[in-house]
Design a protein. Structure first.
Length: 211
């Protein structure tokens, strides 16, 4: 009888240990920074062409990002024309995904993650900063995905630009290319054009299915 109870206790303890070791996917919020020109004209209307100033070697990612941004621009009221066709405005897209390494911490302490820097003014191209503090039992951040869009008029002057950044773990559904692109684009253009120089943080899950 004693051995049966001992085995039962050991089984329960093992189950608890396994559950404690299990990790849940990490999905950080979408952090968005936007800049608006002092007197932009034609925002959210007229024709606009999408371009990628930098080469995107991953064709699937390029397509997913272009589709996500296109959908948001159409929602705002723009008529998106094929690249190379004359348009009243241009939306230049830049994107990147950067691996994140956990900083050394004391034993049993939380994991501290730091990326990014300060925020710049309109047209500066300076990034934003995000910080994390994680306890145990949770998947750590593995990559930071960044989406930048700059809208310029036919005269070449910048009218609006925004950057959306999200940190995810390997197992997060938001690490998938399509989901990541739609989520970042939805956050970037939410409440467009936004306040000049503002930074907002949005729960990624609240952007799912955003129209």
């Amino acid at each position: 009888m004693f051995h049966a109870r001992l085995l039962a206790h050991l089984s329960a303890a093992a189950a608890l240990a396994l559950s404690a070791c299990a990790t849940t996917p990490y999905t950080g919020p979408v952090e968005v920074t936007r800049f608006v020109a002092p007197a932009p004209s034609g925002l959210g209307q007229g024709t606009i062409a999408i371009t990628f100033p930098d080469e995107v070697s991953n064709a699937a990612a390029r397509t997913a990002i272009a589709d996500a941004v296109r959908a948001e621009l159409v929602r705002l009221g723009y008529t998106v024309v094929p690249e190379g066709v004359p348009a009243q405005a241009t939306a230049a897209i830049r994107t990147s995904r950067t691996p994140i390494a956990a900083a050394p911490v004391e034993r049993r302490g939380p994991v501290n993650i730091g990326i990014g820097g300060g925020t710049g003014g309109f047209g500066s191209g300076v990034g934003m900063g995000i910080g994390f503090n994680l306890g145990g039992g949770r998947e750590g951040p593995a990559a930071s995905t960044l989406l930048e869009v700059r809208i310029t008029g036919a005269d070449g002057n910048a009218q609006w630009e925004g950057r959306a950044q999200m940190v995810t773990g390997v197992k997060s559904p938001f690490s998938q290319i399509g989901t990541s692109a739609r989520t970042l684009a939805a956050g970037l253009f939410k409440d467009f054009p936004g306040g000049n120089g503002e930074t907002v943080t949005i729960d990624a899950k609240k952007l799912q299915g955003t129209k």
